[in-house]
Design a protein around this ligand. Sequence first.
Ligand SMILES: CC(C)(COP(=O)(O)OP(=O)(O)OC[C@H]1O[C@@H](n2cnc3c(N)ncnc32)[C@H](O)[C@@H]1OP(=O)(O)O)[C@@H](O)C(=O)NCCC(=O)NCCS
Length: 160
Amino acid sequence: MPDLIVKLFDLPDDAPVKARVAAAGVVLRHAMPYDRHHVEAFLTEHFSPGWVSEVTSAWARQPIPCVLAIKAGQLVGFASYDTTARGFFGPTGVDAAQRGQGIGAALLHEALRGLKHLGYGYAIIGAAGPVDFYAKAVGATVIEGSEPGVYAHMIKGKQS
Ligand SMILES: CC(C)(COP(=O)(O)OP(=O)(O)OC[C@H]1O[C@@H](n2cnc3c(N)ncnc32)[C@H](O)[C@@H]1OP(=O)(O)O)[C@@H](O)C(=O)NCCC(=O)NCCS
């Protein structure tokens, strides 16, 4: 899976995306210290131990570079940034039962704005799975020769 690059100085308007999730009753907000165990449990249930490591490294920082999507008091998605490597977006994920409502796109927009506010000109989406999702949402383009990038020589095992 290649890395992608996004121009933070040329992001599309996020108003329609935010309005869509708001209409679906989804609140987007930055993570707080008291969220960590909920996020860890969500990642363990829906994703992988490797993502627990990557995403919870955000809690070493303040403000925490991770955006959460909350619906009816339940965590339904997340997007961390500037954690796996400086200037990187991700990991991100939405509860499979909640996909297709614009939550992933809204998290992406919010996290990219977080990177922009940190001073970056470009964001890197590390090891992008759904390339078309990123291309459609924010005009991301593939970085040639970026695979495996920062994910080279990962430790193999059941806990990946
Ligand atoms: C990728 C992911 C975060 C998208 O979340 P989502 O909430 O379903 O996405 P959205 O509803 O915001 O989708 C926004 C648009 O992108 C499109 N889209 C969503 N997933 C897509 C995919 N995998 N490929 C292409 N287009 C996709 C949607 O059709 C939607 O189009 P629309 O605006 O016309 O309705 C979610 O599928 C997920 O958690 N996947 C597993 C984890 C993962 O792969 N994370 C990314 C690692 S780099």
